[in-house]
Design a protein. Sequence first.
Length: 274
Amino acid sequence: MSEATAPITDLRAELAVARDAARLAAEAILARYGGDAEVRYKTPIEPVTEADMIADELLRTHLLGAFPTDAWLSEESADDPVRLERSRVWIVDPLDGTREFIARRPEFAVSVALAQDGVAVLGVIVNPVTRELFWAIRGQGAWIEVGTGLERLVVSPAGAATDAHFAVSRTETRQGHFQRLQHDLRLRPIGGMAHKLALVARGASEGTFTLQNRCEWDVAAGLLLVTEAGGAVSQLDGTPFVFNQPAPTFHSVVATNGRVHDDLLSVLRRPGHR
C-alpha cells in the first residue's frame, strides 16, 4: 500500500493510551523479573512466561477498551482474521525478548504499534528495567522519555558500513548464522528485536539486521522509531514493510541509519552470505 493511501490523523489520544498501557505492562513484567520464572514452550524454540501473558492481557484491556473498533494482533493472543477487515490494528509484542527476560539480561521490551491501512503510524517501546520509553508518530519524529525528560531521537551520523557497528541476534550468532560476515562487518550480539531497533533509532548502533523470518509484532514499533529518527528500513530484497497481512511474517529485516543502508544490503546479498 502506498503512503498516499494512509491518511494520518491526530493520534494524541492513541499515544497517551499506548504509553500508559505499555508502562503498566512494563511494571507487571518488572515485578516478575529476577525471580524463578515458570517457563513453558509454544514451540521447541519459543519460550513463554507468566509475564508475557499478564502483559498481553493488560495491553489488550487498555488499548481495545479505549478503541473498541480497532483490531488486534499480538504474539500471545489467538489470531482473529477479522483484523484483515479493519483499517486500524494494534500490533503488539507484550514481552519482546523473552529469552533475555528469563536469562535476566535487560534487553527485553514491551512493543506496541498502531497500523493504519498497512502503515505503522504510532509506535511505543518500553524497557522495563531501564524505564526508558521510546515513542514515535508517523511524520512527527521519534522521542525518548526517561523520568520527566524528553529528547528527540536521531540516528548515528556514520557514513560507511565498514566503520559501523551492527547489533545482531545473540541466538543467531550462537547458531553460526553470521560467521561469513565477521570479516566484512562489525557485529555486536544483543537480545531483543525491539531493543536492537531502539538502539538504532537513538544512534547507539548504525544498524541491525536478520535474514531470518520475523513477525509483524517483532518490528512494527521499532521500524517506525528508526524511520522517524532519520534511518532507513527494508527487507533484504529492498521491499518495504506492509502490516496487517494474512501471514504476518517478513522474510528478513534490515534497519540502519540510512547512510550505510545500501552498502549493508550489498554485503548481505553477496553469494554465500545468506
